[in-house]
Design a protein around this ligand. Structure first.
Ligand code: GDP
Length: 455
């Protein structure tokens, strides 16, 4: 259960094993509580906010550790409350001893995400910014960090909030009309309302559309390496990940299972899956591998479809696979060292581009990586463009989009004002759940419980 009270909460803010350990304490009276254990040149209770103090944490007459204490005074702290951060030596024993001393003085162990929840409650962060804090901590690549960092600095929530406020204003005028329904008055400017709904629809749609990219960049872009046996899929995987992970062999059907490897290439995590070659076979083991290939194909964001350069009839190699609209295929022609020069043009159709490579000799790999990067559209994320990567936000945006379309239809078809205002209320509701103007205990619980303790 998450408490809503203003107890003094305490938790270690760092993982064990480092040279230092930081213990966080927050709540009214936190500074005085720490002061009762602290011996330094100056009393913490008299210290100004945003100051550092060297001294000892004492257990009676015994020194527990020499520490540096940071003092933050409300409202200028992460939680908006009086807060303390104790930097001690990174021993689990010391951390536990300091924490148990402070709990014996009345502090309570913090729940997961409780510091950030307090920051949200104090209006220091909106809900989407608070969620981005967890994403920042979990970020493991330049792209996922860039997305989380943009969101934490305000991202789209500021823009959404301002559009929502304008909508709220017009909606209250609409609802005022209902009070004067006898008199046929129009307080809300319908043109202005239509303009605002369209602006919001454009914004919401583009944010929702960015989700498949954001989601892929946050969790890693799935790239399936697919093709007939012996075209060089394992050789390419080894080339891409830079090691001999997949077994390369001249015997067709060597990769019976799917091999998956994640590589960080220029700030983006790609999850390459080398699959069993697609062809018909009676070998039960191979058949199972081929079934897994189809599964990997379904999950893939990008498909590297490899063909041997001796085989120019590329189309037949698609083996009847129909990609979904979000999936992108890169056609790769391998073994150009045997059959063609790297720069020899290969017939391209309007919507198909072929990348000639030699996985064995490493020719054309740069071009292939550049193409992957363009398709993953990673440059936008790395540039700090606003991209949605939260499933919760995506669902709210989708629902807002549906209500927006209904509102616009209603507005143009002369739907009665009370029904129109109900649809607009729905738009505001769904947008409000992203920024946190609308929040329920259930939403907050599910968001903050996924945080680590001490954040
Ligand atoms: P897979 O069945 O598609 O995974 O194919 P492998 O990666 O196991 O390769 C099959 C054979 O083709 C091996 O003997 C590789 O050394 C060879 N091969 C792969 N790529 C190239 C290439 O670019 N040039 C040449 N000459 N041989 C290659």
């Amino acid at each position: 259960m998450i408490h809503l009270d203003h107890d003094i909460i305490i938790a270690p803010a760092t993982a064990t094993g480092g040279a230092l350990c930081i213990i966080r304490l927050s709540g009214e009276g936190a500074i005085e509580m720490c002061d009762s254990l602290f011996r330094g040149k100056k009393r913490l209770a008299e210290a100004k906010g945003a100051t550092l103090h060297y001294g000892y944490i004492m257990d009676g007459k015994q020194v527990v550790d020499d520490v540096v204490v940071s003092v933050f005074r409300a409202p200028h702290s992460y939680t908006g409350e009086d807060s303390i951060e104790i930097s001690a030596h990174g021993s689990l024993y010391i951390a536990n001893r300091i924490i148990s001393l402070l709990t014996s003085h009345g502090a309570r162990l913090a729940e997961a995400g409780e510091f950030t929840r307090r920051a949200f409650m104090a209006g220091k962060l909106d809900l989407s910014q608070a969620e981005a804090v967890a994403d920042i901590i979990a970020s493991d690549s330049r792209a996922s960090h860039a997305i989380a960092s943009t969101q934490m600095r305000g991202g789209y929530s500021e823009e959404l909030r301002s559009l929502r406020d304008k909508l709220l204003h017009i909606c209250s005028l609409l609802e005022l009309e209902l009070d004067f329904s006898e008199e046929d008055v129009e307080f809300a400017d319908r043109q202005e309302l239509s303009r605002l709904l369209n602006e919001l629809l454009l914004k919401v749609r583009s944010l929702a559309d960015s989700f498949s990219l954001g989601n892929a960049l946050k969790h890693g872009v799935n790239v399936a390496i697919v093709g007939r046996p012996n075209v060089g899929k394992s050789t390419l995987l080894n080339r891409l990940i830079g090691e001999e992970r997949a077994m390369v062999s001249e015997i067709a059907g060597t990769t019976r299972d799917s091999i998956e490897e994640s590589v960080n290439i220029e700030g983006v995590i790609y999850r390459f899956v080398d699959t069993a070659g697609l062809h018909s076979t009676d070998d039960r083991l191979e058949q199972m591998g081929i079934e897994r290939t189809w599964k990997a194909l379904e999950k893939a964001h990008i498909i590297l479809w490899i063909t041997d350069s001796a085989d120019r009839d590329i189309e037949k190699d698609l083996c009847g696979f129909a990609p979904s609209p979000e999936q992108r295929i890169i056609h790769v022609i391998n073994k150009i060292d045997l059959h063609a020069k790297e720069d020899q043009p290969i017939t391209e159709t309007q919507d198909k581009k072929y990348i000639p490579i030699s996985a064995k000799l490493g020719l054309g790999i740069d071009k292939l990586l550049a193409e992957l990067h363009t398709i993953a559209d990673a440059t936008n994320a790395l540039r700090g463009d606003v991209i949605v990567s939260s499933q919760r936000h995506y669902e709210a945006l989708r629902k807002a989009q549906e209500s927006l379309v209904r509102s616009l239809d209603g507005l143009h078809n002369g739907t009665p004002t009370d029904l129109l205002s109900e649809d607009i209320r729905q738009v505001m509701y769904h947008i409000g759940t992203i920024t946190g103007e609308i929040n329920s205990e259930d939403i907050l619980k599910s968001i903050f419980s996924s945080f680590c303790i001490g954040k």
